[in-house]
Design a binder for this molecule. Structure first.
Ligand code: GL2
Length: 796
């Protein structure tokens, strides 16, 4: 520790010529970021040496998204020096929390999928597993959301300005990537050769973010690729007098790592997205293969040393790219190359939503990646032939990789991987029985489940130190090291003192959240009201609109029917994809409800609505510990897993939810008595679709629905009306808000009653905390390391 304080002082002296006393917060921030990074680099040196000596197998996690969250607090926490650094700085009149707040939240992901990737890197590192993450160094991460008059506006998130200090630039490991041009196959003495000409050359520059682990030996890295023009290559064109063409590569290069596509669960099918996907998969694979070859002088044993994970279909080009590298760069035959390829890759599917299952039009794809396209075509030809041989030709309608001139990337992943997993029990069942039913028949055993998990060290240890310290004192044992120990808490389920202590801690976290709400939105909320939280991406299937309908229902009941409910604060936070009009309308509607209620001297005594702008990891860390109620109300069958549900449960919130995604497993863990389930189940949803769902019937038959929707038409605070939402619900309602409305409203009454019975509520909350052990990312990643990748802890 002494060391760290000295290092900080030395950094300030050499970099700025300042003593610590004379430094400002900005300088101190930079010193802390850089010295923490250096400390991790040094630690990594010993760790990689050990790995080299053991020659053990490693995992590589390919993901277009890593929602990293702030790093400084996480690193100090993991290194076990947070308290000491804090008191050292306090002596010099610096507040560590203010320094933390200077760090941008690297938003290199959209939502659950990206955060999961980061939770997994954290957990794997804490458990000493050798794994490298690969992604893109987006210059602009997910946009900064500003709510102006209730409407979402997007602003660029220039995170690198202040975020760069955590990165290590490895210019020694640059890699060339080729786009466009034409390929020609020709026979030589050594067999079929491919000539690739007139391509555009781009350079991938690596930047490494050190990933620390809690009390671990391991320090892993997340390697982020930045694109730049290949100056040498362009110079040749320039010399030949092809001025215009010489800058084409530059234009492509500049755009590739510019920004993260802000669409969640949706595939826009854009050329730039193809380039991003190929850019980072090619750079990563070239690097893995090159290093392997350097060590072993052969790629025959690649699958013994490397498991490469494809996180959703976004990195699916790994499969044809690996074939290309093996055949074109290392002279492997197709057969031999394929044998290696299908032993190396495993794929996780994260959604069954049709609009998110990536498809690329051949016309768009083939000119950008001509060689990769011919390889995909050949993979498909051989796969179709195989299906003919085994009598599965009639299933090619659903299984063929290329279909109607579209390339179906999920099908490519299934054919080219040795394992496919879904992310919750229900989701995997749906994949097997429905989405990929034919594949499951021809590849028995290939489909498996790994229910998602979360990095409890961040979501409890760091976000809720009050609860963490209390549980540490109560339970002993290091449950932060091993979350399964948290189940010991069940012993105290009927202990009045413990229940009262937990209630006090929740109150403290609610106070902190209330202060944030006051500062951000200017709304005073009652700490004793029920904090009812729905935080996640804004999407129709997640049904923020159903939550809003319940609020409208309550408003009417209070205003016109004398209802006097227990006070409740409805807290929302969500980003909508920039082109998603319906989602933006829903945000506007929620903000309008907030204004309407604030303006009503009667209703605002009972309910409040708060929409917090710019939902991101840092904001989640403030909201989640302060929640009493966790809204997980997606239409059954649509949410692959959800992970916010787990974070909220771990912090003692009670779930009101449908039997969807990992809610099913939460229900298995806590039982009916400790959760509020409502709504149609997946088979009932499917039956209703099949029968022909007519939301208007519900509107006409159920007076509460009619009154709520009719009233909704009259809502008008600033001239914006919501007839469009009402018409949508009555005529379309694709996610069946109206079918689940009564069941939801009734369940919400039960939530209110339960909250009124303090002892009961606190006991339920305790049971939820105690039962959250299985949702640790340690458990989830162990299923990957043991069941899929077959890798061991470093040095073992
Ligand atoms: C998602 C799912 O929608 C979500 O239910 C799941 O928890 C995460 C992580 O597995 O993956 N799929 C997806 O495309 N996004 C998700 O968040 N964006």
């Amino acid at each position: 520790m002494n060391h760290m304080t000295k290092d900080i002082e030395q950094y300030l002296q050499t970099k700025f010529g300042n003593s610590l006393e004379d430094s400002n917060e900005r300088q101190l921030y930079q010193a802390l970021m850089a010295e923490t990074r250096n400390r991790l680099s040094k630690k990594r040196y010993d760790y990689t040496k050990k790995l080299k000596e053991s020659g053990q197998k490693q995992a590589y996690y390919m993901s277009m998204e890593f929602l990293v969250g702030r790093t400084l607090r996480n690193n100090l926490f993991n290194l076990g020096i947070e308290d000491e650094v804090r008191s050292f700085l306090a002596e010099k009149n610096f507040d560590l929390d203010r320094i933390y707040d200077m760090e941008p939240d690297p938003g290199l992901g959209n939502g659950g999928l990206g955060r999961l990737a980061s939770c997994y890197l954290d957990a794997l590192t804490s458990n000493d597993y050798p794994v490298t993450g690969f992604s893109i160094l987006y210059e602009f991460g997910i946009f900064k959301q500003v709510i102006a008059n209730g409407w979402q506006q997007e602003y660029p998130d220039n995170w690198l300005g202040m975020g760069q200090y955590g990165l290590v630039h490895r210019s020694d490991e640059e890699i060339e990537i080729k786009f466009y041009g034409k390929t020609e196959e020709h026979w030589t003495n050594e067999g079929l050769k491919v000539n690739y000409e007139d391509y555009k050359s781009i350079i991938a520059e690596p930047y490494d973010l050190m990933i620390s682990g809690y009390k671990s030996e391991a320090v892993n890295v997340l390697r982020l690729w930045k694109s730049k023009a290949n100056a040498g290559f362009d110079m040749k064109l320039f010399e030949r007098g092809e001025y215009a063409r010489s800058s084409e590569s530059e234009a492509i290069a500049e755009s590739i790592s510019k920004l993260l596509y802000p669409a969640d669960d949706n595939n826009e099918g854009k050329a730039l997205r193809i380039k991003q996907q190929y850019f980072f998969t090619s750079a990563s694979l070239q690097q893995i293969v090159k290093n392997h070859y350097k060590t072993y002088g052969s790629l025959d044993n690649l699958a013994d040393k490397a498991a490469i994970h494809i996180n959703d279909t976004h990195p699916s080009m790994c499969i044809p790219e690996m074939m290309r590298i093996l055949m074109d760069d290392y002279n492997y035959s197709w057969e031999k190359a394929w044998e290696i390829t299908i032993k190396v890759f495993a794929y996780t599917n994260h959604t069954i939503m049709a609009e998110a299952l990536e498809k690329w039009s051949v016309d768009l794809f083939a000119p950008i990646l001509p060689r990769i396209y011919t390889i995909i075509r050949e993979i498909n030809n051989r796969f179709c032939q195989y299906c003919n041989e085994i009598g599965a030709a009639s299933d090619l309608e659903s299984m063929s990789i290329i279909h109607n001139n579209m390339i179906r990337m999920a099908n490519l992943c299934i054919v080219g991987s040795y394992n496919v997993n879904g992310v919750s029990g229900l989701h995997t069942d749906i994949l097997k029985a429905d989405t990929f039913e034919a594949f499951n028949r021809i590849y028995p055993g290939k489909f498996n489940n790994v229910t998602n998990g979360i990095a409890h060290r961040r979501w409890l240890g760091q976000a809720n130190p009050e609860l963490t310290n209390y549980l540490n004192g109560l339970l002993g044992g290091d449950f932060i090291k091993d979350l399964s120990n948290i189940e010991e808490l069940l012993k105290y389920a009927d202990d009045k003192t413990v229940l009262a202590d937990l209630e006090k801690i929740k109150y403290t976290k609610k106070e902190q959240l209330a202060k944030y709400i006051k500062d951000a939105n200017g709304i005073n909320v009652d700490i004793n009201s029920i904090f009812d939280v729905q935080v996640k991406r804004l999407h129709e299937y997640k049904r923020q609109l159903l939550n809003a309908l319940h609020i409208v229902y309550l408003y009417r009941q209070i205003k016109f029917n004398g209802l006097r409910p227990r006070p409740r604060t409805f807290i929302f936070a969500a980003k909508a994809s920039s082109g998603y009009v319906m989602a933006k309308n829903i945000i506007k509607f929620i903000c309008t409800l907030s204004d309407m209620i604030e303006a009503d001297p009667l209703v605002r005594n009972y309910i409040k609505v708060v929409f917090l702008e710019d939902y991101r990891v840092t904001l989640a860390e403030i909201i989640i510990p302060g929640a009493n109620v966790s809204e997980q109300i997606s239409q059954a069958g649509k949410e692959a897993s959800g992970t916010g549900n787990m974070k909220l449960m771990l912090n003692g919130a009670l779930t009101i939810g449908t039997l969807d995604g990992a809610n099913v497993e939460i229900h298995d863990a806590v039982g009916d008595d400790n959760m509020f389930l409502f709504g149609l189940k997946t088979p009932e949803v499917n039956d209703l679709y099949a029968k022909g769902y007519r939301p208007r019937d519900y509107y006409e038959r159920v007076p509460e629905i009619k009154e709520t929707l009719d009233f909704m038409r009259t809502i008008n605070v600033d001239g914006t009306r919501f007839d469009n939402l009402v018409d949508y619900l009555i005529n379309q309602d694709p996610y069946m808000c109206l079918a689940d409305f009564e069941s939801y409203v009734n369940k919400q009454k039960e939530v209110e009653e339960a909250y009124g019975d303090k002892d009961r509520w606190n006991r339920m909350s305790l049971v939820n905390i105690a039962k959250s052990g299985i949702f640790s990312a340690d458990r989830a990643t162990q299923e990957y390391t043991d069941g899929i990748w077959h890798i061991a802890r470093a040095g073992r």
